[in-house]
Design a protein around this ligand. Sequence first.
Ligand code: 5GP
Length: 298
Amino acid sequence: MPDAQHPPEVDRAAASRRAVAARRARAALKQDVAMRVLTPQQLLRRAFEDPASPAGTMRVTEFLTAIPAIGEGKRDRILAQLSISPVKRLGGLGARQRRALEAFLDERWPELQPRSGRSRLVVLAGPTAVGKGTVAAHIKREHPEIHLSVSATTRAPRPGETEGEHYYFVDDAEFDRLIADDELLEHATVHNRFRYGTPRRPIEKALDEGRSVLLEIDLQGARQVRAAEPSATLVFLLPPSWDELVQRLVGRGTEGAEERSRRLRTAKVELAAQHEFDFLVVNDEVGHAAEEVVALTR
Ligand code: 5GP
């Protein structure tokens, strides 16, 4: 049971933040190669220029399998042919190995060119009270080029919320109709109360126009998007520490002990879902977290 004395895995994640950030940067580079945003040759050049960079610390095995045409068998044959040990990192290759690898790539894939104008579907989820809404609002304000999806919901508008801008406010019958007509990409009942769903058409339109799309939805919704659109990028927003999340969830402790422990239990279950996600972003400072999310939409 999580409490201040027994922090769950979020604190361990914070402690190993540098390693997580480096892994994340390498994962983003590999995705860029896989999506042809970056050519393997470009990634190699970055690695050779700075062996301590994310490109430089990438293992040669990871690098090769990120290239769309190379599986594990082919990778091992290439490494044997070029006399490169599979434990090597790109930045640690000797001059002869570098030239051999570059020449090999140039010969096989001279046509691998970066693809531009690519649009991405990015899902931002995370535990309750981590600040997803604030990060999404920041992105909407600072990056109008990104399409922020507007959900349909059966809950009533709060003061200051506008129809079509914050949500499409609908009744249960209309929500049922949206589901029946397959107009929602995903939908879920959140906090056992109201229904929320992502309209499909505006997203498809934005992606067709070459714009990236951001969905700020709950965990159940994120899982449905993964199933429906395997190419979507799933981002999990983490609190800077477990203590910080406890503060945001239970504040000064005006709730009873039972409610407090219910919220903490829920938070622990939600945090455990982080392993299902492609990227972790720590919400230490809103602007900073927002820019990290924006980088993943490119
Ligand atoms: P609120 O009612 O406070 O605006 O949002 C409550 C929760 O609903 C938030 O966690 C938010 O991420 C989630 N949510 C908002 N829109 C959607 C949606 O379209 N689909 C799903 N699955 N969750 C949503």
